[in-house]
Design a protein around this ligand. Sequence first.
Ligand SMILES: Cc1cc2nc3c(=O)[nH]c(=O)nc-3n(C[C@H](O)[C@H](O)[C@H](O)COP(=O)(O)O)c2cc1C
Length: 177
Amino acid sequence: MTESSGKVLYVIVCGAFAAPGVGRLVTGAQDLGWVVQVVATPPALDFIDVPALEELTGRPVRSRYRKPSEPKPPRADAMVVAPATYNTVNKFARGIADTYALGVLAEAPGLGIPVVVLPFVNVALAARLPYREAVAGLRADGVRVLPPAADDDPDPWSRALSELGAPGRQDRGDHRV
Ligand SMILES: Cc1cc2nc3c(=O)[nH]c(=O)nc-3n(C[C@H](O)[C@H](O)[C@H](O)COP(=O)(O)O)c2cc1C
């Protein structure tokens, strides 16, 4: 295992069938040297094992905005959205920020924070014009949107980890909401 760099990766989990396996993405990122903060959409909470992910990361899974009296979360040096749903990809591209996950994503491109998106959308959804436009728009904004994961891929997370890479020198702004 690589020693932790102190660089923080937000792993943003959506409500997709693959979400229960996101622990493998978390440990893979930790092995690369990232400190991982899991952010879940509200639907994702029904798919993931929150206590297990909190044990793995040593941090609370965040799914809502903090109360003003609560401490600020760690700043992100990079973000990975995996599994990314049709819903969240489309909303991210259109600037909708009605979940905490979308709120942190909304600011990332403007702050120069690298974002990798690994969609889990079926062929029918991936063929839709709104989705194709969303992917094109996000890419034009500098977001690295990968081709959708195949249903039978035994290790979909490795593509996201390869795209992300180990922590490097990155600028980061203060987006801690
Ligand atoms: C068992 C189950 C599996 C699902 N898998 C997916 C999926 O792989 N991809 C997807 O885009 N939506 C999937 N959905 C639908 C999403 O959960 C739904 O669109 C939800 O509103 C997404 O919200 P979020 O983007 O905020 O996580 C699934 C729903 C259920 C009940």
